[in-house]
Design a protein around this ligand. Sequence first.
Ligand SMILES: [Zn+2]
Ligand SMILES: [Zn+2]
Length: 352
Amino acid sequence: MHAFREPLRVESVPDPEPARDGVVVEVRATGVCRSDWHGWMGHDPAIALPHVPGHELAGVVAAAGPEVRGFAPGDRVTVPFCCGCGRCEPCRQGQTQICDADYQPGFTAWGSFAGLVALPRADLNLVPLPEELGFTEAASLGCRFMTAYAAIEVHGRVRAGDWVAVHGCGGVGLAAIMVAVARGAGVVAVDVDEQTLELARSLGAAHAVDARAADPASAIAELTGGGAHVSLDALGSAATCAGSIRSLRKRGRHVQVGLLLDDERDVGVPMDRVISYELELRGVHGMAVSHFDALLRTIARGALDPGRLVGRTIALEDAGAELAAMGGFAQRGVTVIACDDPAGAGPSRAAS
Ligand SMILES: [Zn+2]
Ligand SMILES: [Zn+2]
């Protein structure tokens, strides 16, 4: 990426070297996500040009620095999009996802729309992949799926029998529906696209509300007998944030999952409702690496299938066009760039 909002180019660049405590990973698959679109639009001040996007990756360790103990070349791995430093207060409390040093491939550093990507502090941040999980499915975990898992399991603390409302059924919203259904919750999906709502129903949502046809908060209150126990803004807008809060029953929990960027940075929160209903508001910034084992075990035993969300796979050359097309709100499923033939693809290419 040489300029914001300009087509991406695939070029040859020097191979990255591993840091003393880091690795270089040969990318086998990498997701394309709305955060990449925000970055490409110039909404993310962390990005310095020229830049290589890409933060939802899975691959094979190609080289490891001398201080890495737990990983070696040939290991199949993925990584949460937010890597920890291991030294700051949040990291020492196990909260690597809100590390003060904030290393995010594809944002604060060059990412995985490339043959090779360097990752820091491998022993802290890398996650070994179980054999059951393919690279494409694994690439769909490291951002939206794990964020959805954190929203439902860690922040929402959803229990069997709860009502969960999901406002916005893009990749992270659909993933949240799957995690909530697996937990035994009843899900109300909200979106503005009929095909997306159909997809939400096929993933187990009990009800689907078309936000163009009905006020979501009133519809949810009626469908759930008073409101959701847990509600997610999985899109990130003033309307979905307020709608999510207003769709909660008393003592309910709102989980803000969708990023609020650019014009949506300052949303009007209905704080009167927060007080009178004693609501809880939680923000989610990815997931601590410590929760990954539970997520992977749930997938390995078949209770969750992230592959169901992968709509299609594309080639690295098509990444720019895919990003440019993400401006609209309607996204059906998850797109993954697959690099099935890394030798033929050439290890040092990058979409910049
Ligand atoms: Zn840290
Ligand atoms: Zn992402």
